[in-house]
Design a protein around this ligand. Structure first.
Ligand code: NDP
Ligand code: MG
Length: 382
């Protein structure tokens, strides 16, 4: 088990749950980062005593610096600070729990510094998957999935036979708060409705992504990269109870699943303690209390984001980066009540379609595609 952990995005939903695990398992914290929540970060600094803490928002970093002057923690700011946190010399594993494309350069920096990565920040793999996975391979770095579906698949794959008998994987999706809605019903839904997820308590951006099914689209692309599978082998099934976190299928038609309560402590902890299993803060599953499981086909005509992501990964190149960047922009506009719920799908689809194909891509190309997709959304939503 890795004992020294840096958490990027420690004040968020994943970050705070990771600190519950660190507290219980006495994992040493080497660096913590936040965007602007300095009150939460101050409490974390006082409890976990990291060598470095970073506030992305420069002006707030000065405020925090004065507040924690009595501690031994060095306060840094901005993107450079986050890169230092990702490469802190004594750290052995980096949990990337940042939200969005902001996680891409820190992931690359951590890989080049030969730190293993527990990856929650799925946008990193969606936008720059080929580059990230190749860099991880070249540097002998493990990318351990934190996303619950990918952790489930990773767990199911432990003890897989050596003869490459895997015939496919099945990602489960809760269906979100609007499962079964028609486009007419979705026309007038607002952010407050979309922020009510039936099973999980998460950050705002991913909660909206669950409502649009973009989250499952992003997860298809994430799975393609993490497990090296063609998209045709990645299936999605709606499972309303969120107890089966995903499944794998072998060529003899045997299907293996991972189950548990919808509690992110389990996948976060597995990424941090792999290959070991230790007692966790998550509750115990009682199948007799759950009683029934239900399964449905996803509806990717109504939930256009899901279809967009499937097309994006088939198209390859920069198309996934464009879909991801457009989605980040569109979700922000929706949260500000500037566009409608259905606009998100349309804007993301148009931005993905507008992305020109390139075979050879660099990180700079990925960041450029992200920016131009955001511009495309802003131009098309007027
Ligand atoms: P939150 O919004 O709860 O937290 C995000 C964290 O990143 C916070 O610490 C925030 O700081 C920081 N942050 C946000 N924007 C920036 C930025 N531009 N630069 C630097 N730091 C930033 O997100 P979640 O924890 O829900 O999600 C994190 C990642 O994990 C996402 O990629 C999500 O898709 C993925 N994930 C989350 C799950 C969940 O259950 N929450 C499940 C599976 C995957 P501050 O608090 O100061 O704003
Ligand atoms: Mg997930």
């Amino acid at each position: 088990m890795k004992q020294k952990l840096s958490i990027l995005g420690s004040t968020g939903s994943i970050g705070t749950q990771a600190l519950n695990i660190a507290r219980a398992l006495q994992i040493e914290i080497t660096a913590l980062t936040a965007h602007s929540n300095i009150d939460c970060l101050e409490t974390q600094i006082r409890e976990f005593k990291p060598a470095i803490a970073v506030v992305a928002e420069e002006t707030l970093a000065h405020v925090l610096k004065a507040k924690v002057a009595d501690t031994g923690t060095k306060i840094l700011s901005g993107q450079d600070g986050i890169l230092e946190a990702a490469t802190e010399p004594s750290c052995e594993i980096v949990l990337n729990a940042l939200v969005g494309i902001a996680g891409l350069l820190p992931t690359m920096a951590a890989i080049h510094a030969k730190k293993d990565i527990a990856l929650a920040n799925k946008e990193t793999l969606v936008a720059g998957g080929d580059i990230v996975m190749q860099a991880a391979k070249d540097n002998g770095v493990s990318i351990l999935p934190v996303d619950s579906e990918h952790s489930a698949i990773f767990q199911c794959l432990q003890g897989a036979p050596p003869n490459n008998a895997l015939s496919g994987i099945i990602l489960t999706a809760s269906g979100g708060p609007f499962f079964g809605f028609s486009r007419e019903q979705l026309y007038s839904v607002k952010a407050k409705d979309a922020l009510k997820h039936p099973n999980w308590n998460m950050g705002k951006k991913i909660t909206i992504d669950c409502a649009t099914m973009m989250n499952k689209g992003l997860e298809i692309i994430e799975a393609v990269h993490l497990f090296g599978l063609p998209v045709e082998k990645v299936d999605v099934v709606v499972h309303r109870e969120s107890i089966i976190h995903s499944l794998i299928e072998y060529n003899d038609n045997s299907v293996i699943a991972q189950l548990g309560l919808p509690d992110m402590h389990i996948p976060i902890q597995y990424a941090l303690t792999y290959p070991n299993r230790l007692p966790s803060p998550a509750g115990k599953l009682s199948l007799t209390k759950i009683k029934n499981f239900s399964f449905f086909e996803p509806d990717d005509e109504t939930f256009l984001c899901l279809k967009t992501c499937k097309e994006a990964i088939q198209k390859g190149g920069l198309a996934p980066a464009a879909a991801n960047g457009a989605n980040e922009e569109a979700v922000q506009l929706f949260l500000e009540d500037k566009i409608s719920f259905l606009d998100i799908g349309t804007l993301v689809y148009e931005a993905m379609k507008a992305q020109r194909h390139r075979d050879e891509i660099t990180i700079e190309d990925v960041l450029r595609a992200d920016r131009s997709a955001r511009e495309n959304v802003k131009a098309n939503c007027k």
